[in-house]
Design a protein around this ligand. Structure first.
Ligand code: HEM
Length: 205
C-alpha cells in the first residue's frame, strides 16, 4: 500500500510540475503568449518557481504535523523542479530578452534591487541542487543540513524579488510572504514542539 501511495505521489508530482512547462511550450507554438511572449515567459516561469519553492518548504511541516512520511520524499524532486524553472526564468531573460548581451543586461538591470534578490535566490537554489546528491550528503555530513536551511533564505529573497517589482496589486507577493514566514516559524524548535504536541506527534524533522 505504502509503495502504491509513493508511486502515485511521484507520478502526480512529475505531472503537476511538468504540465506548466508543456502548456508554456504549447502556447508558445500556438502564438498564445500575449503580445509580449518573452515577458509572459518571464512571468510564468517566475510564478512556477515561487510556487514550487513554497511547496518544497511545506513538505517538512506536513510530515511533522501529520506523520505522512511520503511528504519528505517529495522535497528533493520538488526543489529540483523549482531550480529548473528558475534556470528557465533566468535563461529567458539572458538569452531571449537580452540575446546574451551581458554588457547591456548589466547596464539595464544589475542595479535593480529586485534583480539582486532574485539572483541571490537563484544562486542558493543552484548550490542546493548541486549538493542534493547522496555523495554530497555524505561528504558534507552535518553541514549538509545547515546548508540546506538556506532554502528558507531563498524563499524570503524570492518573495522580496516579487514584492519589489510590483507597482500595484501587491496581494500575491504578500500572501506568499506570509506563507513562507509561517513555514519558517513552524521549523523553529520551540514553535515546532508546541504545535506538534497539539497534533499529538512525538518526533519531527
Ligand atoms: C528563485 C529565484 C526566482 C524566483 C522565485 C522568481 C520569481 C519571480 C516572480 C514570481 C515574478 C513575477 C511574476 C508575476 O508578476 O506574475 C518574477 C518576475 C521577474 N523576474 Fe524573477 N524570480 C527568480 C529569479 C530571478 C532572476 C535570477 C532574475 C534575473 C537575474 C529574475 C528576473 C525577473 C524579471 C526580469 C521579472 C519580470 C519583471 C517584469 O517584467 O515585470 N528573476 N520572478
Amino acid at each position: 500500500m505504502q509503495k502504491t501511495i509513493a508511486i502515485t505521489l511521484r507520478i502526480l508530482l512529475h505531472a503537476g510540475a511538468l504540465s506548466p512547462l508543456l502548456l508554456l511550450i504549447w502556447d508558445f507554438t500556438q502564438g498564445g503568449l500575449t503580445a509580449n511572449p518573452i515577458r509572459e515567459i518571464q512571468l510564468r516561469t517566475g510564478r512556477y518557481t515561487l510556487l514550487l519553492l513554497t511547496l518544497t518548504l511545506a513538505c517538512t511541516p506536513v510530515y511533522n504535523f501529520t506523520g505522512f512520511r511520503q511528504a519528505l520524499a517529495l522535497r528533493r524532486p520538488m526543489g529540483l523542479y523549482a531550480f529548473a524553472y528558475a534556470s528557465l526564468h533566468l535563461l529567458n531573460l539572458v538569452g531571449l530578452d537580452y540575446g546574451f548581451d551581458f554588457a547591456l543586461l548589466w547596464e539595464d538591470i544589475a542595479e535593480k534591487r529586485y534583480i539582486i534578490a532574485g539572483f541571490a535566490a537563484f544562486l542558493i537554489l543552484l548550490a542546493l541542487a548541486v549538493t542534493s546528491t547522496k555523495g554530497w550528503v555524505r561528504r558534507l555530513g552535518r553541514n549538509w543540513q545547515r546548508l540546506h536551511w538556506l532554502i528558507y533564505v531563498a524563499g524570503i529573497l524570492a518573495v522580496l524579488h516579487y514584492l519589489w517589482q510590483i507597482k500595484i496589486a501587491i496581494s500575491a507577493p504578500f500572501i506568499y510572504g506570509i506563507i513562507v514566514l509561517v513555514l519558517l516559524l513552524l521549523r523553529v524548535p520551540a514553535v515546532s514542539r508546541v504545535t506538534m504536541k497539539y497534533f499529538k506527534r512525538k518526533e519531527g524533522r
